[in-house]
Design a protein around this ligand. Structure first.
Ligand SMILES: *Cc1c(COP(=O)(O)O)cnc(C)c1O
Length: 389
């Protein structure tokens, strides 16, 4: 697909796999771990499925196209993808990383990589002076997650990538929350993108998957080496489901974004809600950067109801969203960061990060947003009665 097509068009065609022999529209499920070779001297492109499988290749090619990269890699989970990307580092290397990264990435950074002599500095990526000050002689890359979770802080990808280049470092971006439908970090100067495709790209809460995309030949070689060597590849059936999810990515992101914005405006106008965190609101401190670097602010927002009891009453009375961890699905998902995604962080630390006892996160699905707002309206009534007692 060439550049002149819009993302909405590209995403449909990148995920088709028209079979030349039969005309079948969809990439076949090549449930084969090994491949017969033509003869003693001639070998096919594929030999053993950890090294490559045609169904996986289809999803890897599709995501590479959509992120405007040259090489894509599919992994069993987002964490397998992030691990492979960060394991391009070696002993005595250092990297700079967002202080509010995803919990699994935090654990990998804090508890696993240091055992192999790979060190890090956590920084507030919104503070470019702090980022600039964090470079050391052995710094090799800067790892950004934007918007971050659950407070939806935004990092200026182009500015950080510029700083990184000045220091001869790579920039890696976790693009899980916006997907290439809304934000394309490689176009902004990043060198590598990672995804938990478990979330929006898969989009149906049915599979775990991770993706890496780069436009850098050297990084591509290293990530492929790591994928093939450590073996966390995405299974063939899940590759097929991911291709299927990908076809509707643009419409899902557009509907989710539109709903999240309407809900954020509704919540912001309501006195019972203490604060709303959504980078698509003009009142959000990072609104301008978000507008500049992404097509929209995405389908996830957080809001603070002021107390644990108010959050409890709200969750117990909201009827439409499922109450669970994760995000990025056809169904709306409500989650409670203090006891779910961020439970492992000690309470004091959590409060410092702004993860208060009244904070809830919401990932907009495809329900009619008017129904969700009506549901929120009735659930909010319980939060007031309780706190008034
Ligand atoms: C969920 C998530 C991950 C981890 O992905 P898994 O597929 O659960 O391994 C990484 N980054 C972000 C931003 C996530 O939301």
């Amino acid at each position: 697909m060439s550049e002149e097509f819009s993302f909405n068009t590209k995403v449909v065609h990148a995920s088709l796999g028209i079979d030349e022999a039969t005309g079948a529209l969809n990439t076949p499920l090549h449930l084969s771990s090994t491949f017969h070779q033509p003869d003693f001297d001639n070998y096919h492109e594929f030999d053993y499925a950890r090294s490559g499988n045609p169904t996986r290749q289809a999803v890897e090619d599709a995501i590479a196209k959509l992120e405007n990269g040259t090489h894509g890699f599919a992994f069993a989970t987002g964490m397998a993808a992030i691990s492979a990307a960060l394991l391009t580092l070696s002993q005595e290397d250092h990297f700079i990383i967002s202080g509010d990264v995803y919990g699994g990435t935090f654990r990998l950074t804090e508890q696993i990589l240091p055992r192999f002599g790979i060190t890090h500095t956590f920084v507030d990526m919104g503070d470019l002076d702090a980022v600039a000050a964090a470079f050391q002689e052995n710094t090799k890359l800067v790892y950004v997650e934007t918007p971050s979770n659950p407070l939806m802080r935004v990092t200026d990808i182009a500015a950080v990538a510029r700083l990184a280049k000045e220091h001869d470092c790579y920039t890696f971006v976790d693009n899980t929350f916006l997907t290439p439908a809304l934000q394309r970090p490689l176009d902004l100067g990043a060198d590598l993108v990672v995804h938990s495709a478990t979330k929006f790209i898969g989009g149906h809460s049915d599979i775990l998957a991770g993706l890496v995309v780069t436009n850098n030949e050297e990084l591509a070689k290293q990530v492929y080496f790591m994928q093939n060597s450590t073996g966390g590849v995405l299974g063939v059936q899940d590759c097929w489901l991911l291709l299927r999810g990908l076809k509707t990515l643009a419409v899902r992101m557009n509907v989710g974004t539109d709903s999240a914005r309407k809900l954020a405006e509704f919540l912001q106008a309501d006195d019972r809600v203490k604060e709303v965190f959504y980078p698509g609101l003009a009142s959000h401190p990072d609104y301008d950067i978000q507008q500049k670097q992404a097509d929209s602010a995405g389908a996830v927002l957080s809001f603070d109801l002021g107390s644990e009891e108010a959050a409890r009453q709200f969750v117990n009375h909201a009827k439409l969203p499922v109450f669970s961890v994760s995000l990025g699905a056809v169904e709306s998902i409500l989650s409670y960061p203090a006891r779910m995604s961020h439970a492992a962080i000690p309470e004091g630390e959590r409060l410092k990060l702004g993860i208060t006892p009244g904070l809830l996160r919401f990932s907009a699905g495809l329900e009619d947003i008017a129904d969700v707002i009506a549901d929120f309206e009735q659930a909010l009534a319980y939060t007031v009665e309780r706190s008034a007692r």
